[in-house]
Structure formats: C-alpha cells, structure tokens
Design a protein around this ligand. Structure first.
Ligand code: PA5
Length: 426
C-alpha cells in the first residue's frame, strides 16, 4: 500500500539545519512516547486505537439503530468536539454530500447565533432526525444552549421516543451533560480522561458521527493503527512526523510566523479547520507559536495568492497534496473554441489542478515562500485516519520541541470569564 510522504525539497531548509535540530526533535519524540513530558496524562490518544474495546461495537449498534429511522442527524459540539467529525465527513462524502447522500448531516452548538439555530430548525423540522451531543466538559455554553433548543424540538416531535434518538458523547462521570443523560437514559459514549478535545477525533467524538454518516470506521481505525505503528519510530530519517515538526520549528526560528495549510480540493477545507485548531490551541501560548492559517486553492489564489506571492515574508506554505483524486471529469471539446481552451480538451480536471499546484508551488518558491508538501495517496477513511494521527503526533513533538505544553488551552477561558460576567452569571 502506498504511504503518506513528506517532501521538503522546496522548504529552503539545508541538510545542516536538519542535522542541527535532530537531537531536540528526537528528545521531544522520546518524551512523548515515554510519557515523560508535561501533561503526559493527556497523551492517551497515542495508543487509544488499541484500547477502543467495546466502544466500537456500541458505536456500530447505535448506527444500526438509527439506520432506518433518521433522514438527518445533527452533531452538537464546538472546537475539538466537532471539527474532526466535520472534516472527516466532508472529506469522505465529498462536496454537496447532504444533497446527494442520506442521512444528511448538520452541525450546531458551534456558535451563539440565534439565526443559525432558527434556520437549522426549519431545515430539519420535516425530517426524521437524531442528535449527537458532544462535550467533554459537559458545560460548554454554545453546545448547551443549542442542545436546549434542539432537545425541545426533539421532545415536541418524538415525545418519549426522543430519548432514544439523542446520543451523547461526554466525560465518564462529570458534567451537566452526563447528569442530563443519566436522568433521561440517553445512550452515552465516553471521551477518555486522558484525551483532550483537539486530539479526540479518534474517539467516539469523531467515530460516532462518522459511523452515522456511513463512513467506514474500521478503515479509519486501520489508518490510525498504521500511523501509531509507523510514527513511533525514533529514527529521525524514517519518521515524517519528526521531520515535519523539525521543518516547522526551523522556519519559525528563522522568523516565519505563519504556516498556511493549502489544499486543492474544496471537500478538504474542514481538514484545514481541524488542523488550525490542533496547532493553534496546542502551540499558541507563552508568546510562542506559528499562526496556523489555511487557504483553498485555486479559489484563494484569486484573493490571498497576491499576499503569499509578494506580501511580507512571514509565511511558509504546507500543501496537502491528494495524489489520486476521485470523481474526476474531463474537459469537453468545443467546436468553436471561443475560449481557446481546446488545447486542454480531453484532459481530466485533476491533471489541470495538479499543474495549477505545480505552477503555484514554483511561483511561491520564486517569491521566497518556503514550501512543504504532504503527499496523501488518496482521500479515503484509511488515509484520513493516518493523516489525523500524523498531524497530532507532529503537533505534540513540535510543541515539546518549542518547550510549551501542547495539551492545555488556558487562553480559551479568558473570553468565557468576561462573557459570563457581562451576562450576569452568579
Ligand atoms: O481542544 C479543546 O479542548 C477545546 O477546543 C474543546 O474541544 C472545546 O472547547 C469544547 O469543549 P467541550 O468538549 O468540553 O465542550
């Protein structure tokens, strides 16, 4: 089977620079795997795939239960409690998936917009629906408020049966959501204590929505397993997580402040959203960290491409290159050739998109923007599991190398304190 590969040829990083940082990276990797670094009690994601046990069967039987009962389901959650599932479902089911596939998938609890919730209610009110409510703390206001509204809708629509249509993913013992679930007898799934939000896509947080959306969860787990096996290798030259973490840190130390994750498939936009949270929350602390941004090409070449090419030299670009694209189309031949494009008629769009990538990469390189390429053989559940694992492992190594705790998010509390006080919370 082909593997995910890393290409640093356009990164402007010398062999010597790589040599110089190697020992730091290997030390960080070792700290992580030996569970000796800071917050080592939050590294349960490293081997969760081998410990999943009964949760897998329970996820499958919940999926079986809803199969004929639900035309749409809503995932309620924010941050790490929804981004991974959204990324996976969109990447695998592809563009316009809600119009093409059943059940449709909607997201809520990730904002405080009344307008969003009102419209969502209108969209689902005539459909057979289920809810998946996800919150590790069980107290997150965005998710809790949306749940209030949607729980009411469920109770009006289904009365007692609503209890069987609401699924909860939360802490084993703590939090308001756990209490409500126990009281109402909702089917609950556990987010383990030793896995934080942004590393939790590999637990029922990601797996349950993926299963409901008919993704192949077993293949996703196989991808995770393969990542766990491959990336525990402590040989720097054989471990692409170590090399990616090294490249990011070298470029950061050289004054690059922004890493842009680029992709050429619109269905992968949410992978970048998940990646931004992973790296932003993990590394952005103590005045440190690269600012993680994302661009979707070629769309954004017609907007932000100008800045990347000729703006401040604070950026490097990491491209997620999906090598074999599915559902391709061929450019039709036009007798009159008004647009002068017959020279590429008969070519697949994927070929043209690939040339756009190669041309962009060259242009940005000429504009002195370092480029890293992550080649993913194809977008399926297996490679998705593996790429998620790749990024999580790289992020943790990168954080340890930079001497920060990649498993906390103290800064997130600040806005909450102000908001609650402005709301008059006692
Ligand atoms: O990464 C994190 O820990 C956060 O982004 C959380 O996932 C997010 O704040 C949601 O928290 P909770 O699952 O407790 O509702």
């Amino acid at each position: 089977m082909e593997n995910i590969t890393l290409n640093l040829d356009g990164s402007f990083i010398s062999k010597q620079e790589m040599e110089n940082i190697k020992s730091e990276i290997i030390a960080a990797h070792e700290l992580l795997l030996n569970r000796e670094g800071v917050s080592s009690d939050m590294t349960g994601w490293i081997d969760y795939v081998d410990r999943i046990g009964d949760e897998y069967e329970e996820i499958m039987s919940a999926k079986e239960y809803i199969k004929d009962k639900c035309e749409a389901f809503i995932v309620l959650g924010i941050g790490g409690s929804y981004l991974g599932a959204k990324a996976a479902i969109e990447a695998i089911r592809g563009d316009f998936h809600n119009e093409i596939e059943k059940p449709a998938v909607y997201f809520a609890g990730q904002n405080l917009s009344g307008s969003y919730l009102k419209k969502l209610k209108e969209v689902v009110s005539n459909k057979e629906i289920c809810l998946i409510v996800i919150s590790k703390s069980g107290t997150t206001i965005e998710t809790a408020l949306s749940f209030r509204v949607l729980k009411e809708l469920m109770e009006e629509k289904y009365m007692d049966e609503s209890k069987k249509r609401i699924f909860v993913v939360t802490d084993k013992n703590r939090g308001a959501l756990k209490k409500i679930s126990d009281l109402n007898g909702y089917k609950t799934f556990v987010i383990p204590d030793d896995i934080g939000g942004r590393y939790s896509v590999i637990t029922p947080v990601g797996l349950l929505p993926m299963a409901f959306a008919n993704l192949n969860v077993q293949e996703f787990l196989n991808g995770l397993k393969s990542g766990a096996e491959e990336y525990k290798n402590s040989c720097f030259d054989e471990n692409i997580c170590c090399q990616y973490a090294a490249a990011r840190n070298i470029l950061n130390r050289r004054g690059k402040e922004v890493e842009i994750l680029v992709n050429y498939e619109p269905s992968c936009i949410s992978i970048a959203e998940w990646w931004k949270q992973l790296f932003g929350e993990s590394e952005g602390k103590e005045g440190k960290g690269l600012f993680p941004a994302s661009l979707n090409f070629t769309t954004d070449l017609h907007s932000m491409g100008q800045f990347v090419q000729e703006g401040r030299k604070i950026i490097f670009e990491t491209t997620l290159n999906i090598e074999n694209r599915r559902d391709d189309m061929v450019v039709p031949f036009d007798d009159r050739d008004f647009d002068g494009l017959n020279y590429i008629s008969g070519k697949p769009f994927s070929y043209i998109n690939q040339k756009a990538f190669e041309g962009t990469f060259m242009a940005h390189s000429e504009g002195e923007v370092p480029g890293i390429i992550i080649n993913v053989p194809e977008m399926n559940e297996y490679y998705l599991g593996k790429i998620f694992y790749f990024f999580m492992m790289s992020c943790a190594i990168s954080g340890y190398t930079n001497n920060i705790d990649p498993f906390t998010q103290p800064g997130v509390e600040h806005y909450k304190k102000n908001m609650f006080s402005l709301l008059g919370k006692r």
